[in-house]
Design a protein around this ligand. Sequence first.
Ligand code: CDP
Length: 209
Amino acid sequence: MIIAIDGPAASGKGTLAIKIAEHCRLPHLDTGLLYRAVAQRTIDSGHAPSDEQAAIHAAKTLDAAALIDPRLRDRTIGEGASVVGAFPGVRAALIDYQKRFAAQDAGAVLDGRDIGTVICPDADVKLFIIASVEERARRRFVELSRRGGTISYEEVIADLKKRDARDADRAAAPLKAAPDAVVLDTTHLDPAASLQAALDIIAQKTQAP
Ligand code: CDP
C-alpha cells in the first residue's frame, strides 16, 4: 500500500505521516528532508540556495547520509529548501530516489508537496493536509521556540505566507491537491484526532467495494 501525504508548511503532515507509517507498519520518507539537504549542501559549498547550477549539483550528488544532519530543521534551511525546490533540475534529480522508495515491496508512506501529483500518481490513498495559516504559524512557533529559536510569531506567519506563495505558484510541481486526494483540515484537530481522521479515510479508501 502506498500512502501519499501532501500539504503546506506546518500543516501537521509530517507528524501525521510518521504516525500513519507506525500504525500501518510501513516505511516512511519525509521528502522535505531531501530538499532541505540540497539547500544545506548548496550553502555548505559556499553558494546561495538561489544559485541554480550549484543547487542542481548538490541534488545530483546527494547521499542518504546527508538526510540525518540536525541542521536541516533550521528555519533558514526550510526557506532554502523552498528556493531550491522551485528549480526543475533539482526536482528531476530527486525523482528516482523517491519513486524507488515508494516502490518497495512493503509499500510506503511519503509526505511532501507533490507526492500525490508527481511522485506517486497511483498511490492507494492520497491525503492533502491543510490548516489555517494562523494555526500553522502557532504550531511552527511552538516548535521553533522549543528548539531554542528567538523568532516572533509575526515573523513565523510572514515566513509561512511567503513559503506558501512560492510553493503554490512555482511552475515545477506546484503544491496542489491531486484531483483524487481527500482534503483533511486539521485546524481544530489535535495530533490524535488528526490520526484518527486519517486512519478512517485510509480504511474507507482501501476497503474492498
Ligand atoms: O515542514 P515544512 O513543511 O516546513 O517543510 P518541509 O516539508 O521539510 O519542506 C521544505 C520545503 O521543501 C517546502 O517549502 C517545499 O518548497 C520543498 N519541498 C518540495 O518542493 N517538494 C517536496 N516533496 C517536499 C518539500
